[in-house]
Design a protein around this ligand. Structure first.
Ligand code: SAM
Length: 268
């Protein structure tokens, strides 16, 4: 019985990693190409990030290694039994140490950028993926440090949610992205969406790049970007403005936005 399926064990270094992620999943193959690709693939190859999968099915009893059963009280579908999940969690931690354990569930608290920032510093993280109708409640009671959802919709399993969390979290680890500034200015990092971006060519299908971006005046460009970030946030995510009140500068920008564009932003 192995808790390190060939395909993912080969992807991980762990000694000295900034973040070690343990995934409890019935489908370790889900992660294979994801963990080998692009910036995350490089971070794993360089030993900055380590990822291990443990499959509860390896700990399920009997010839059929059944991991699920029908729900008490009746109802459709099957629920993951607690014993194989508990054994998988304990085996991973016995080998490599205690983790910050996150149970993935649509009924959890919503994942956001500040969770990603917090978990990037956690050292050891565990993502527990449910399937079918979900997970026996005793797993949440006995093991979960947090129960987390990635959004108000229902996926078929926790694996896609784990991918989202791994990508959002690991890119905040120093050395994973090329330039630290790309994190600082991004959407959500200061309670606003990111400003719009353009690249070459200067005119595409009659749409020209805003003059200010080719003016060479860095201070004016920076202010213009802060204003456009505010405009976009007002239009698309007014809830962010409620949670992160306007700064003094943004108050004057708001006046400018309303003066020039009472609808606040064309096609959003
Ligand atoms: N019956 C459950 C409900 O209505 O809340 C849905 C179970 S879902 C089909 C199966 C598994 O997918 C869950 O146990 C969870 O691990 C994962 N999952 C589904 N949606 C998710 C979401 N929005 N965020 C995180 N995990 C999710």
């Amino acid at each position: 019985m192995s808790d390190e399926p060939q395909n993912t064990a080969a992807l991980s270094a762990s000694k000295g990693s900034r973040l070690c992620i343990e995934i409890i999943t019935l489908f370790p193959e889900f992660f294979t190409s994801f963990l080998q690709t692009s910036l995350l693939g490089k971070a794993i190859a360089n030993g900055l990030v380590a990822v291990r999968c443990t499959n509860p099915r390896d700990f399920a009893p009997g010839r059929h290694r059944q991991v699920d059963d029908s729900p008490y009280g009746g109802g459709p579908g099957m629920v993951l039994r607690p014993e194989p999940l508990a054994a998988a969690i304990e085996a991973a931690e016995q080998k490599r140490g205690r983790t910050h354990r996150i149970l993935l569930s649509p009924s959890g608290r919503l994942f956001n950028q500040s969770c990603a920032a917090r978990w990037a510093e956690a050292g050891r993280l565990m993502l527990i993926c449910g399937r079918y109708e979900g997970v026996d409640e005793r797993i949440a009671q006995l093991f979960a440090d947090e129960v987390v959802s990635i959004g108000d919709y229902v996926l078929s399993g926790g694996e896609a949610a784990a991918l989202v969390i791994i990508e959002a979290t690991t890119r905040l680890i120093s050395g994973v992205l090329g330039r630290a500034e790309s994190i600082v200015e991004e959407s959500f990092s200061y309670g606003r969406l990111e400003f719009p971006q353009w690249t070459r060519p200067p005119v595409f299908r009659d749409l020209a790049v805003p003059d200010i971006l080719v003016s060479g005046n860095h201070a004016l460009v920076a202010r213009w970007r802060r204003r456009e970030a505010l405009r976009r946030t007002l239009t698309r995510r007014p809830d962010l403005i409620e949670r992160h009140p306007l700064t003094e500068e943004e108050r004057s920008m708001l006046a400018e936005i309303e003066l020039t564009d009472p609808q606040r932003g064309g096609r959003g």
